[in-house]
Design a protein around this ligand. Sequence first.
Ligand code: ADP
Ligand code: 6PG
Length: 167
Amino acid sequence: MSATCLVVMGVSGSGKSTVAELLADRLGWPFTEGDELHPAANIAKMSAGIPLTDADREPWLRIIRDRISAAASQGRSTVVTCSALRRAYRDILREADARVRFVHLDGSRELIGERLAHRGGHFMPPSLLDSQFAALEPLGPGEDGLVVNVADTPADIADQVLAFLEH
Ligand SMILES: Nc1ncnc2c1ncn2[C@@H]1O[C@H](COP(=O)(O)OP(=O)(O)O)[C@@H](O)[C@H]1O
Ligand SMILES: O=C(O)[C@H](O)[C@@H](O)[C@H](O)[C@H](O)COP(=O)(O)O
């Protein structure tokens, strides 16, 4: 298995799309936006301010897992955004036939809430941020991943991730 998938994870507004686009650019790897793979019912729920359940997320995570495998089967490494809040969700992604590695964009409720409040044109309402933090299980023992601080600039975070990928 030679292909890697770098999953950029974290709560809504932590900077997944921003950082993943930068990394995909610097690595020359294709970028998949996990939010675009949500079933329509999930988007409707989040837009209505209702947090997703494990059952809502499961089919979505399987779609992302299969995308990772499909790219890897063609020898392509990828960068993927996915909140991947719980370890059980990451276990589904790790079923992909690739080396799946995580970068957790970690930051305070205050800082991320402030950024979300200023982000426009997105279906995810800031009111769901507390439920995102409640669901979040940080990377634990045995998980292949890096934790970075979202107070750093996207460019600094990208540098840290590129160094992590060397190993
Ligand atoms: N490291 C950072 N420093 C400052 N602002 C950031 C950083 N990362 C993201 N942002 C800003 O925060 C907001 C949320 O980022 P976004 O990439 O949409 O997060 P996510 O994809 O995790 O929901 C955006 O307005 C983005 O420009
Ligand atoms: O598992 C979930 O509850 C969702 O995936 C959620 O975590 C994600 O944040 C949304 O898809 C909104 O997208 P943004 O993360 O870009 O706000």
